[in-house]
Design a protein around this ligand. Structure first.
Ligand code: NAD
Length: 384
């Protein structure tokens, strides 16, 4: 098979030379768009060194059998693909299922990394986790860039500097990494989450868990947060307002899969913050957790700097590319053979991540999914 690597819109690259080498060692070929890894500090020479060949973007699009990307290809790019191309990317069909229609053409198959179930066995393939973890780390460093104060407590000859107070909202993968990073920098950290399971994790990192009683049970939501009752939201808003007022840095990561992010920090709450304080909103791409967030922008409102960025992983481009590639390598072990792809749709990881198969939309269509799963083998009974 011919694997293609494209230059992405952000600084990362989806396939590192290490992964490309693996494909080649298994008997496949790799072509890459000139400068594909440049922003991740991976030179064309490194790709050439392992036997990959440089091509124009048009050639990569039109001749590859397999394209692995960070962002889904545009309609225009899809028009240039060969029949039967396999696409691997983060299509986020749960945000907008109509995206599948773009790929339901020319016998294309599309597999979405963000549909891989969040199970223990799939952890090594989980790009959502590896990218969220980087974002959480970078969110704290970003905040320190804008914060006109120290993070740690310091005793200096001129007097004692108090530690900064960091409030983390949403203690999933990104939030937990933000807590750990802020703790390492010496800040006083508090965090909260609607999921009951988050409490122990927050406390194990040495942060204080801010508890709002009466959260809706989320045990059947596959680990994701669920919408809360109006009563809970009211109590939560009151407590958040008290905590936000005292915080020097607020990092928000609260997301609801397939729905807009909940507004947790109102304009009124921002007004109560000390001038110079910073909010980093990692949920900005789905509407943001702060009412004043503007996605992909840094704004100043009521003396507070509000950074809206859901793609901070791209800022740590080299490491993010390496981890992304490792996740892909672990995922592809499930079906990549020397001869090509051998999909066993009995495997939930493969079945759930497949959103379009051979030009047919599978996402959200149980009937189509069932058709992919081969009937269980029936052992032939041996006549006595
Ligand atoms: P996410 O990005 O979907 O959301 C971030 C956090 O915001 C979550 O912890 C969520 O509970 C929280 N949140 C949502 N609404 C909130 C609100 N109104 N107030 C406060 N907090 C709110 O989450 P994620 O980091 O992708 O993790 C989702 C789940 O998947 C978690 O349960 C996590 O433990 C689990 N997970 C499992 C694996 C695995 O086993 N493969 C890997 C990573 C994550």
């Amino acid at each position: 098979m011919l694997f293609g690597i494209l230059k992405e819109q952000d600084q990362r690259v989806s396939v590192t030379p290490e992964l490309a080498k693996k494909f080649i060692s298994e008997g496949h070929e790799v072509i890459y768009e000139k400068g594909a890894g440049e922003s991740a500090f991976i030179s064309d020479e490194l790709y050439e060194g392992i036997g990959a060949k440089s091509k124009s973007r048009e050639e990569v699009l039109s001749s590859s059998n397999v394209l692995i990307t960070l962002d889904p290809l545009s309609k225009e790019d899809v028009a240039k693909l060969a029949e039967g191309t396999f696409l691997f990317s983060s299509f986020q069909p749960f945000q907008d299922a109509s995206i599948c229609e773009v790929y339901a053409t020319k016998g294309i198959s599309a597999f979405s990394f963000d549909m891989i179930p969040r199970t223990t066995i799939a952890q090594s393939m989980d790009i959502l986790s590896s990218m969220a973890s980087i974002s959480g780390y970078k969110a704290v460093l970003k905040a320190t860039d804008y914060l006109p104060r120290y993070m740690p407590m310091l005793s200096t000859a001129a007097g004692t500097v108090p530690p900064s107070k960091v409030l983390v909202m949403g203690a999933g993968v990104a939030g937990l990494q933000a807590i750990a990073t802020a703790k390492r920098l010496g800040a006083q950290v508090e965090a909260f989450d609607t999921r009951a399971a988050a409490k122990e994790e927050v406390m194990s990192l040495g942060a204080k868990f801010v508890e709002v009683e009466g959260a809706t049970d989320d045990t059947s939501a596959g680990g994701y947060a669920v919408e809360q009752t109006e009563e809970y939201k009211k109590r939560q808003a009151e407590l958040i307002a008290q905590k936000v007022e005292k915080a020097d840095v607020v990092i928000t990561t609260a997301q609801l899969r397939g729905r807009p992010a909940p507004t947790l920090v109102t304009e009124e709450a921002v007004k109560t913050m000390k001038a110079g304080s910073v909010i980093v909103d990692l949920a900005s791409s789905t509407g943001g957790n702060c009412a004043l967030t503007k996605d992909k922008e840094v704004v100043r409102a009521h003396g507070v700097t509000i950074i809206g960025n859901s793609n901070l992983a791209a800022d740590i481009s080299e490491q993010a590319s390496v981890l992304y590639s490792k996740n892909i390598q672990n995922y592809m072990k499930l079906f990549l053979t020397k001869e090509g792809f051998d999909f066993d749709f009995n495997d939930e990881i493969i079945l759930q991540s497949c959103i379009v198969y051979k030009g047919d939309v599978v996402y959200g269509n149980e009937e189509k999914q069932k058709q992919l799963v081969p009937p269980a083998k029936v052992e032939e009974s041996v006549e006595a």
